[in-house]
Ligand binder design. Structure first.
Ligand SMILES: Cc1cc2nc3c(=O)[nH]c(=O)nc-3n(C[C@H](O)[C@H](O)[C@H](O)COP(=O)(O)OP(=O)(O)OC[C@H]3O[C@@H](n4cnc5c(N)ncnc54)[C@H](O)[C@@H]3O)c2cc1C
Length: 412
């Protein structure tokens, strides 16, 4: 993007390498703007594609098939990539504050850091349950569970808290995979017990009756014990307690409830909604600061009530890239209008999926194949990149030479 002959004019900093930012990085790689330097700061070098995550857990995909390699993408776009955690903003001096490196200066900033599970709301959950996000932590715990179940000759009980699409899909994927593993070892999958807990009267409360009914049947046929109106009030080692006083014992507790914005955002002065997500206008600019944008789960569009779903994060990538370009050129920004209804393809672990859109619901193995085709096509956009000029080199988390840091370059 930047050549040595060109003067450095503007710095764009992307915080988080989520589903929207991968689209922005690719866009700037395809159509660079001379003199613009892009810096990506992300805790993880591999961005998990949420749509394929249950398929990965179920064993249908390997790690590389479901992760976008940010270092490759950054090299393709000529962007700096810093592996670090952003912990704050100095909006007066336009700097991003990182855990391990000096502040990074920006002219335009975009935040796509996803949502943060709220384990601290329930006593004991933080220490005794594993949140599905960050996915990298969950993945380590999942691989450990797989290994434990393979080695442990007795019974294993898994409880999933949260019965939205992510919780239901994840439970069915884990059950499918662990059952397969036991069969391979000549053991009985009946050694596995699964509990699903929800504080609602229904599972999948944002989906239509037909879809809920299909999943009720699937869960019943797989022997999953569903606990409805069962708000979890306390978690101790290996045990959940619900508001009704019920105790559910489990070897592994997975937390997939509605999440919120990260705590560090509260000190940025950016306007947040009741759940701590950043309020943005239709241009995806924050309502507080026109040089700061936000997209994906972390953004709360003030004119629309959107579900926290990867599909919106992906779709916001193109309008975000367009408005960052227009900002750099000093042009008026264009609004993004999200779709009113969106198609969710929810999997059942065994290469079968249920489609849900508004009041429409249908299912089949072909729906899974259709989803698989859509997902692989999406991933190919980030895997089949045109030839790169240099091998990927992520910058490590430790502080490096401040002279190389954009913030320092700009006179901090
Ligand atoms: C099991 C499961 C299945 C799902 N299936 C679907 C599905 O089929 N379809 C669908 O639409 N949605 C699905 N979702 C929802 C989907 O995961 C989220 O809506 C989506 O990930 C949001 O994307 P995002 O880009 O906003 O954030 P994320 O994908 O969470 O990406 C955020 C990135 O920012 C980084 N980051 C976070 N904090 C910081 C920080 N402080 N500093 C630097 N970097 C940071 C993270 O490492 C991560 O790389 C599923 C969720 C789960 C848990």
């Amino acid at each position: 993007m930047q050549t040595t002959e060109q003067p450095m004019l503007k710095d764009i900093v992307l915080v988080g390498g989520g589903h929207s930012h991968v689209g922005v990085i690719k866009s700037f790689g395809m159509q660079p703007i001379p003199g613009v330097r892009m810096t990506v700061i992300c805790t993880d070098i591999h961005t998990p594609y949420s749509g394929m995550l249950p398929g990965y857990v179920a064993g249908h995909y390997g790690f590389d098939a479901v992760h976008i390699d940010l270092s490759r993408l950054a090299v393709f776009a000529g962007a700096h990539l810093y592996q670090d955690e952003v912990i704050g903003l100095d909006r007066i001096n336009r700097k991003v504050l990182c855990r391990n490196r000096p502040p990074v200066g920006y002219d335009f900033l975009s935040i796509n850091t996803g949502s943060t599970p709220q384990l601290h709301d329930v006593p004991g959950a933080q220490n005794n349950a594993i949140a599905v996000k960050p996915i990298s932590h969950f993945n380590n715990r999942w691989l450990a569970l797989l290994e434990r179940v393979r080695r442990h000759a007795g019974k294993t009980t898994v409880a999933v808290v949260g019965a939205g699409a992510a919780g239901v899909e994840l439970l069915l994927a884990m059950q499918f995979r662990l059952s397969q593993e036991l069969r391979k070892l000549g053991r009985d999958p009946a050694d596995l017990t699964f509990h699903l807990l929800t504080n609602h009267a229904d599972i999948l409360p944002t989906h239509n009756l037909r879809v809920r009914h299909t999943f009720d049947l699937v869960l019943a046929s797989r022997g999953v014990q569903v606990h409805r109106n069962a708000a979890v009030t306390q978690v101790t080692a290996g045990c959940l307690q619900t508001a009704t006083g019920e105790l559910v014992h489990a070897d592994e507790i997975v937390w997939v409830t509605r999440a919120a914005g990260a705590a560090w955002l509260k000190d940025t002065g950016l306007a947040l909604d009741a759940d701590g997500f950043i309020k943005v206008a239709d241009t995806l600019q924050t309502v507080t600061d026109p040089v700061i944008f936000a997209a994906g789960d972390i953004a709360s569009m003030v004119n629309y009530r959107l579900e926290k779903a990867g599909v919106f994060a992906v779709r916001q990538g193109a309008p975000l890239a367009r408005n960052l370009r227009r900002s750099l050129h000093g042009q008026a920004l264009k609004p993004y209008h999200p779709q009113r209804h969106w198609l969710a393809l929810i999997t059942t672990g065994d290469q079968f999926a249920v489609a849900s859109r508004g009041w429409i619901g249908f299912s089949g193995e072909w729906v899974w194949r259709w989803k698989d085709w859509i997902d692989r096509n999406f991933m190919r956009k980030f895997q089949d990149l045109p030839a790169m000029v240099a091998p990927p080199k992520p910058v490590p988390a430790a502080p490096t030479d401040p002279a190389r840091d954009p913030g320092r370059d700009r006179g901090s």
